[in-house]
Design a binder for this molecule. Structure first.
Ligand code: 8OZ
Length: 383
């Protein structure tokens, strides 16, 4: 029996989606397609930050992605900002993640770990000994987080000392090594969405008067030190980065984002990173972003560029065909369709996602979204 879809001439739809199925090299990583799984917070880890067994099922079900970027994973106890997110600093975290990376590799996939420090987007109830969250400046975010008591406003942060900054840089490097020890194929430094690195970069949240604040160069100093630490620990060709130059999530903004992020991208170039990844659009009730500005900023990056933000497959293929990006990450589509590349290759229908089970919960709508075969079996009348 032959696979339908691989027989005969390609349909117009298959022709349109062809750019998604070209292989791509990102540093050390060789991807068989450009349909990547976005980092997705799911809040299903053990309270101590160790991934649960079902995470191995969840990620390995999605191993046909060109690349899986893990959910945001804290680099230290101070990096945590939400209930039941995973960590990658303790050896027990490494053991837990090893089961995940092994399962993905057994299915022929690739997975990297997104390294996360939330900074001021946290709550004292989530931090060691009820500590105040760390931030560039002692300015609370007008934002909420979910804690053991439900949604709560984020706590008043304290301005990090230079010793705090040094320790945090070391925590990033340590976490990167732990990620490789856990079998990840690399890491993505999360410098987006109003978390710690982004808080240093943008001038709404960084009012420091020392070497880490003021000029754009100074606001980028912490990012530079983190990248120095991470790339020295595991190599630039296993390190990617995620930025959200026009994002406003978590009460963040910059008075001149094009200058700030063009300089950020110029800073990245000499490292020879595996890739740069932007959130370009945010969906929901967030106003449309200026895609032209984002295109100018991202085109300053010398290496592979990955776009994210509510793409459907057709639009992703068009962006790749016109070289606006090299690959696209899909979030909600991968939550609901573990076999997304196959469905797109065959022009098959897509499952809908259930928003109520994105954050927290158990196996339901985590590891039970149907594969194509199951759909067909269910829908084919028996006898
Ligand atoms: C949604 C809920 C909690 C965290 C991000 C890590 O925005 C997140 C996140 C998203 O990058």
């Amino acid at each position: 029996m032959s696979m339908s879809g691989s027989v005969g001439a390609a349909t117009p739809k298959q022709q349109e989606l062809k750019p998604l199925f070209e292989p791509l090299k990102l540093g050390q990583l060789e991807l068989p397609n450009r349909i990547l799984m976005a980092p997705l917070t799911r809040n299903r880890a053990h309270a101590d930050g160790t991934p649960k067994e079902m995470a191995a099922t969840y990620y390995s079900q999605r191993a046909s992605a060109g690349l899986i970027i893990s959910e945001a994973t804290q680099i230290s106890p101070m990096g945590k900002g939400y209930i039941d997110t995973p960590g990658i600093y303790e050896d027990r975290h490494v053991e837990g993640w090893k089961a995940v990376t092994d399962a993905v590799h057994e299915k022929g996939g690739r997975i990297i770990c997104q390294l996360w420090h939330v900074g001021r987007i946290s709550h004292t109830s989530l931090l060691p000994d009820g500590a105040q969250p760390h931030a560039p400046s002692a300015i609370a975010a007008d934002a909420q987080t979910f804690t053991p008591n439900g949604f709560e406003p984020t706590s008043e942060p304290k301005a990090m000392t230079t010793d705090d900054i040094k320790r945090t840089v070391d925590d990033y490097a340590h976490a990167a090594k732990q990620a490789l020890a856990a079998g990840f194929d690399g890491v993505e430094v999360h410098a987006a969405n109003g978390y710690l690195l982004d808080q240093f970069i943008r001038d709404k949240s960084n009012k420091r008067e020392d070497a880490y604040g003021g000029s754009v160069e100074n606001r980028l100093r912490f990012l530079r030190e983190v990248l120095d630490g991470v790339t020295a620990a595991i190599g630039a060709d296993r390190t990617g980065i995620r930025l959200s130059p026009l994002g406003t999530f978590n009460d963040i903004s910059d008075s001149d984002p094009e200058t700030t992020f063009s300089e950020a991208v110029a800073l990245l170039n000499p490292y020879g990173l595996a890739y740069c990844h932007f959130l370009e659009r945010f969906g929901g009730d967030v106003p449309d972003t200026d895609l032209e500005t984002l295109g100018r900023i991202s085109s300053g990056f010398d290496g592979p560029y990955i776009a994210n933000g509510n793409f459907d497959a057709e639009e992703a293929a068009r962006w790749i065909a016109k070289e606006r990006c090299d690959a696209v990450t899909f979030g909600k589509l991968f939550i609901a369709n573990p076999d997304l590349p196959k469905r797109l290759a065959l022009g098959a229908a897509l499952n809908d996602w259930n928003q109520d089970t994105f954050y927290g919960g158990g196996e339901e709508r985590y590891i039970d979204y149907p594969f194509l075969e199951e759909d067909i079996e269910e829908e084919t009348p028996k006898g």
